[in-house]
Design a protein around this ligand. Structure first.
Ligand code: TEU
Length: 594
């Protein structure tokens, strides 16, 4: 039995973003208004009422800034202009106003670990302009004969400054003929890393953040923000992935100094700020400092621990995950942040496969398991993040050939591995790439059963999932029993029941690989409100034998993903045995007077 993870839920800890549900929009794939095959900002405007009906409180908008699109907008050419494909600043303002009119807040993606190589700062830096010389990580190369790494580019006798490998395949350094130096790019070569050591860089970033806040936004999602402080040595570690790049850079030496400077200058408790923290295992002491209002002061962070359970070292490798491991991650994080900080809750986003294909069952029990995972996200302690289409139970795409992929993080590493003979062909690794690719999340939102799922009147930039004929907004909305309506109910319950937000979390049976069972408990002066959540993560029936401490006669079912066909679900709980059907989720509630 787990121990109770408690935290004070006094009024001073109450803040709107703990009570919110966030909806993530990947604009290229959301809704295309002008038939060019790319989702756009006017397309979002057309769907604001959809978001309002769903009941979400915040929209997180992935990058919409001017960009040459080497990484779908995560390579920014101008932070203060909107990308042509997506619309104009006026279109953006119309969306902001429409959201605010409906009490939906807007947070923007802040991508400041790197810019595009087409950003003016990089152009000037590359040209050796005095004011921009140190805006990026420029280094001399190494003597190619003296080191055992190399790159296909650069002068013949030179090797890159170190052996780091880019997350997107190949060396993490590119050679610039003009400067005759190498620049660091942890991601694509078109995404040079900004040098945060330089105070002028930090000032420029903070000015830009201020400018966006002046436009009226409600916060930021901060892209790989824990990578901005690099150690001077830029040391190799050949025992680590990417030859040490990630382990050396993640949570680097000056990271808390930089973020607390940002906190002092820009942040405010009333903003929602969520930092993406790329790390193989983010240490809890760093996490707590990121979130402590007296230090870095972010509202929340995204760690990757549950996302790494089934990942191999490359996009064509996988490993097995188990429910007990998944629970252990969430239990550790609930406990670790119980007194300082607040958890974000997500099972997919634009970089991850679809959750129902990954943690649920996207065949016979697609609908049940999508609802079960939704139940989990809305009843754990933290703020749920819904990724577009999750509320429909959208699934992975049945990729069949390499040309169907668009993502640099899939295509580039595969191309290099095939060239270098690490793999023979795409067909040899198809199953794993299919399961892993970020493109699973990026196929267009499925609005209807019409051609291209009603996403575009033109040719979509990435294929639409053929299952849109069955899984789409129209059919989900017309069916009261759909995943969509279940999500609406879950979101509304969070508005009604404080225990869902502020209640303590106590996991039961942490080692069980079939069921996830926990209670949420909130004590006020005169009563105790308690929820019992029982989730069956399997396609067979199972029985949970409840400990006597959680058996009562007064339980009612608050929400569940099955009908009861005349049976009395509360009765089952009294006797101590809860029988759960395949992928069944049930939330019981009882209230006692103290
Ligand atoms: O992602 C960080 C990142 O590297 C991972 O999410 C990566 O996609 C995953 O480990 C799979 O390999 C952020 C953005 O969310 C992502 O879309 C960008 O590509 C990346 O940063 C660079 O800005």
């Amino acid at each position: 039995m787990g121990e109770t993870h408690s935290a004070s839920s006094g009024d001073s800890d109450r803040v709107w973003w703990k009570e919110a549900v966030v909806y993530q929009i990947y604009p290229r794939s959301f809704n295309d208004s002008d038939g060019d095959g790319v989702g756009d900002i006017p397309g979002i405007l057309e769907r604001v009422d959809y978001l309002d009906d769903l009941g979400v409180d915040v929209v997180w908008l992935c990058p919409v800034y001017d960009s040459p699109n080497a990484d779908n907008g995560y390579d920014i050419r101008d932070y203060r202009t909107i990308m042509d494909d997506l619309g104009t600043m006026d279109d953006w303002e119309a969306v902001l106003d429409a959201l605010h009119d409906r009490d939906i807040r807007l947070i923007m993606d802040l991508v400041v670990n790197h810019t595009s190589d087409e950003h003016e700062w990089f152009q000037k830096s590359r040209a050796g302009d005095d004011n921009y010389e140190d805006f990026y990580w420029w280094r001399e190369g190494e003597d190619a004969d003296a080191v055992d790494w190399s790159a296909a580019e650069g002068p013949e006798d030179e090797a890159p400054p170190n052996a780091w490998q880019s997350f997107f395949g190949g060396p993490a350094w590119a050679y610039d003929d003009g400067r005759e130096e190498w620049y660091l790019h942890m991601f694509d070569r078109k995404q040079p890393d900004l040098n945060w050591e330089n105070p002028t860089v930090r000032a420029a970033v903070f000015d830009m953040m201020e400018w966006w806040l002046e436009q009226g936004i409600d916060g930021f999602r901060m892209d790989v923000i824990n990578l901005v402080s690099k150690p001077d040595e830029l040391a190799n570690d050949f025992d680590e992935p990417f030859n040490g790049m990630l382990s050396q850079v993640a949570n680097g030496p000056r990271i808390h100094e930089y973020l607390s400077e940002m906190n002092d200058r820009i942040l405010d408790r009333n903003l929602l700020t969520v930092g993406e923290m790329l790390s193989s295992k983010l240490p809890m002491d760093h996490a707590r400092r990121y979130l402590d209002p007296d230090e870095d002061g972010l509202s929340m962070l995204f760690h990757f621990e549950h996302m790494l359970l089934d990942k191999g070292d490359t996009v064509w490798e996988r490993s097995e995950w188990s429910l007990s491991e998944l629970k252990a991650v969430f239990n550790r994080w609930d406990d670790g942040l119980a007194d300082v900080g607040w958890n974000s809750l997500y099972l997919n986003n634009h970089d991850q496969p679809r959750m129902v294909s990954r943690f649920g069952n996207d065949g016979e029990y697609r609908r049940e398991s999508a609802k079960l995972l939704g139940t989990l996200l809305h009843t754990l302690r933290g703020t749920p993040y819904i990724y577009q289409g999750e509320e429909l139970g959208m699934t992975n795409y049945p990729f069949d050939s390499l040309d169907e992929f668009r993502d640099v993080d899939t295509v580039n590493p595969l191309r290099i591995a095939i060239e270098e003979g690490d793999i023979d062909s795409f067909d040899d690794v198809k199953a794993a790439v299919r399961a892993n690719s970020r493109d699973n999340a990026r196929t267009p939102m499925q609005w209807s059963a019409a051609e291209n799922a009603g996403f575009t009147a033109g040719e979509p930039w990435i294929d639409v999932n053929p299952n849109h004929e069955e899984i789409n907004v129209d059919s989900e909305r017309s069916d009261e029993d759909s995943v969509y309506h279940y999500y609406r109910r879950l979101i509304r319950l969070r508005n009604e029941y404080d225990v869902l937000i502020y209640g303590d979390y106590e996991p039961l049976y942490p080692d069980d690989d079939t069921v996830w069972v926990y209670t949420r408990t909130l004590q006020t002066t005169d009563r105790e409100d308690r929820l019992l959540v029982t989730l069956n993560f399997s396609s067979s029936e199972t029985t949970v034998d409840l400990p006597s401490a959680v058996r009562t006669d007064d339980a009612t079912v608050l929400v569940g993903n099955y009908d009861f066909d005349g049976r009395d679900p509360a009765q089952e709980r009294t006797t101590g045995d809860v029988r759960l059907r395949p992928w069944e989720a049930r939330v019981y509630r009882d209230v006692s007077t103290i």
